[in-house]
Design a protein around this ligand. Structure first.
Ligand code: MIC
Ligand code: SF4
Length: 646
């Protein structure tokens, strides 16, 4: 039977289930990646499983999120990650080498493989024809243990590309266009598979920009075929042997289809404070820009930075606009330097940052109060930049460069520049020697921990009856940045749950933590798409530590829902969305968890006497995990019972 590209890869990795939308499947995972901000927790959980060595084909631990090292916390984390990697057979990418997704694309991603990463932008590797998904750290730890990765089979939507990008439109505008059309929840439960004659016109880094930011659609992942462009990229990276051709069968049937004519696209920008608030750049003409930041896992390839250099060649950025540039990897930085483009950027007034996430996650580079910042990144959630009232716009490197040159948004119709097409460079210097490959015989490697590495708190099983005050009622599209803010100071506490839990919902409601502590236990009431954005499991772990046992919402984002289950927080959906209006913060919800069963609704009552119908799509196994108090408890109990039977 004819198959989509997605089905081909899934079929090859299927351990259980049927490839029918909505059915529960489990996949073997070939590769995993982690980054430092989620990695320490992932490896603490890995250690708690007591296995001698990872069982994947390849696992890589990157350090890119928090490299500021203000005090001992980050360096402690980095040292722990380096030693744990050597001990358990994991490749280690030291701080400053580059951003995890850009490095993985350049050095390790392979067409036709499965990859899960403890970062929501793991689908970047879909630009290379890998089936790559973001997941919580605990899910990644289990994949490293060789456990199949459970997933609800998504719908597969074909994105049929025709034409070719023209003028100043670029790959970023393709995904911004889709975000404008589909919104930040338009891709929940969907894999976007790109096809059509337009595909061949896009290089692998351009494809990776599109699959990267597919995460903002809420998609499970996005994927491009593996073709001549893929071969050219792999050859350039000295990895021709990793190439296999891969595409959908011509008459494959899809669950859905969208058409995009690349030739009609114009430069776009996402306005504050959501990636789907997309407007044509022309509509922003005249708006003063205080800061421009180029980089992030979305747009930090050589071609991206080359475009910026070509636009700024021989010019000086206006003095009222700060230009920050963070290359995606040391290879990109070396290429810029070899091509003489680093000089161009520095002479234009750019501030060169480390090859890391940097301002994208609020690690420095915050805009001034109320400042307009144009960023080539993927998220512009309120406060994420570190400045609560900053106005952050997301745009392509080309748009960003014109904003830097002019100190304001200008109409693309007025732009002129000698831009070369975003072709691959002729040669890429290897930085492979910078990775630390684990020794074969690693049993004696000593894992080094500092005072910032605090063991995981134990969690009790789910009580049979929950009587919980609604600690917080939120609106729609609450992000994990709202639940567990990032930024330098808070991210430095990622290995210390008691300490980081002091910041839960800090930017939404400064009283939340005190209220949760006073109540001892509680629940959250959310709107649509609760928990969108990052994969950070701290957005589940820290609320759980504060006693949150239940989240009731109109709908959930995929990774966050999985994280809630992993940490024993019950995610239930309102059967009647109108009930959301009837429930108020402070009132108490009562629920018999003994009644939880697959495909069965459950009724809660409030102390005011109202009944609330709740639904869920939890599997039997997920209910068992919740009853055990979380995945780690469940896995360890399973192991113990297997050991006692052996
Ligand atoms: C993000 O872009 O929000 C992050 C920081 O990369 C997160 C991971 C994290 O919170 O550590 C993500 O996208 O998953
Ligand atoms: Fe890093 Fe930003 Fe990419 Fe997250 S979105 S991985 S913080 S560059």
């Amino acid at each position: 039977m004819s198959q989509t590209l997605t089905h081909k890869i899934l079929a090859q990795h299927l351990v259980s289930g049927e490839l029918r939308p909505g059915s529960d499947i489990a996949l073997t995972i070939d590769q995993t990646l982690t980054q430092d901000a989620t990695g320490t927790m992932a490896y603490l959980q890995w250690e708690a499983m007591g296995l001698p060595r990872v069982r994947t084909q390849l696992s890589v631990s990157y350090v890119d999120h928090n490299t500021l090292q203000m005090g001992f916390r980050n360096p402690d984390d980095h040292r722990y990650l380096r030693t744990v990697a050597a001990r358990y057979g994991i490749v280690f990418s030291p701080p400053g080498t580059g951003i995890c997704h850009q490095l993985h694309l350049e050095n390790f991603a392979k067409p036709g493989t499965t990859l899960i990463g403890s970062d929501s932008h793991t689908p970047t590797a879909g630009g290379m024809g890998a089936l790559a998904m973001g997941a919580g750290g605990l899910s990644v730890a289990l994949a490293m243990a060789g456990e199949p990765y459970p997933l609800t089979m998504p719908k597969v939507c074909r994105v049929w590309l025709t034409g070719q990008l023209t003028g100043f439109a670029s790959a970023k505008d393709v995904i911004l266009h889709l975000l404008g059309r589909l919104t930040v929840k338009g891709g929940v439960g969907v894999i976007f598979e790109y096809a059509g004659p337009g595909v061949a016109t896009l290089t692998v880094p351009e494809r990776a920009t599109i699959t990267n930011m597919g995460a903002e659609l809420g998609a499970t992942t996005s994927i491009f075929p593996s073709d001549e462009q893929t071969l050219a990229f792999l050859r350039l990276m000295g990895r021709e042997a990793d190439f296999i051709p891969l595409a959908a069968d011509p008459d494959a049937i899809y669950d859905d289809e969208i058409h995009v004519d690349l030739s009609t696209l114009v430069p776009l920008a996402a306005a504050p404070h959501m990636p789907d608030k997309v407007v044509p750049v022309a509509h922003l003409h005249g708006l003063r820009v205080d800061q421009v930041a180029v980089g992030s896992c979305t747009n930090s390839s050589y071609a991206d930075l080359k475009a910026v250099a070509e636009i700024l060649a021989g010019q000086r950025v206006v003095p009222t606009t700060d230009l920050l540039i963070a290359p995606g990897s040391k290879a990109v930085l070396k290429m810029l330097s070899h091509a003489g483009l680093l000089d161009v950027l520095l002479d234009a007034g750019a501030r060169l940052l480390e090859c890391a996430c940097g301002p994208c996650i609020g690690m420095g580079g915050s805009p001034a109060s109320g400042g307009v910042s144009v960023r080539t990144f993927n998220r512009n959630f309120e406060g994420r930049s570190g400045t609560q009232d900053a106005q952050v716009y997301l745009a392509s490197p080309i748009t960003a460069a014109f904003c830097a040159r002019d100190g304001r948004f200008t109409d693309p119709a007025t732009w002129t520049a000698d831009l070369t097409p975003p072709r691959l460079p002729a040669r890429v210097p290897s930085i492979r020697h910078l990775f630390l490959f684990p020794p074969e015989d690693s049993g004696s490697v000593r894992i080094e921990r500092g005072p910032n590495i605090v063991p995981l708190p134990p969690f009790d099983p789910l009580p049979e009856r929950l009587t919980l005050p609604i600690l917080l009622k939120t609106g729609d599209n609450i992000t994990t940045d709202h639940i567990m803010p990032a930024g330098a100071a808070i991210t430095a506490l990622r290995s210390n749950i008691p300490a980081i839990s002091e910041h839960v919902f800090a930017r939404v409601d400064a009283e939340f933590v005190a209220r949760a502590k006073a109540a001892g236990q509680g629940c959250i009431l959310g709107g649509e798409n609760y928990g969108q954005g990052s994969s950070r499991e701290h957005a589940a772990l820290a609320p759980r530590y504060l006693g949150v046992r239940l989240v009731i919402a109109k709908s959930f984002a995929r990774i966050h829902k999985a994280n809630l289950i992993n940490f024993g927080i019950l995610p239930l959906t309102l059967a009647q969305p109108e009930d959301y209006d009837r429930l108020t913060q402070g009132e108490t919800i009562c629920l018999d968890t003994a009644a939880l069963a697959p495909n069965t609704g459950i009724t809660a009552t409030t102390t005011a006497g109202a009944t609330v119908a709740l639904t869920h799509d939890l599997t039997g196994q997920e209910i068992a995990i919740l009853r055990a108090g979380g995945l780690l408890n469940w896995v360890n109990a399973k192991k113990q019972s297997e050991d006692s039977c052996a």
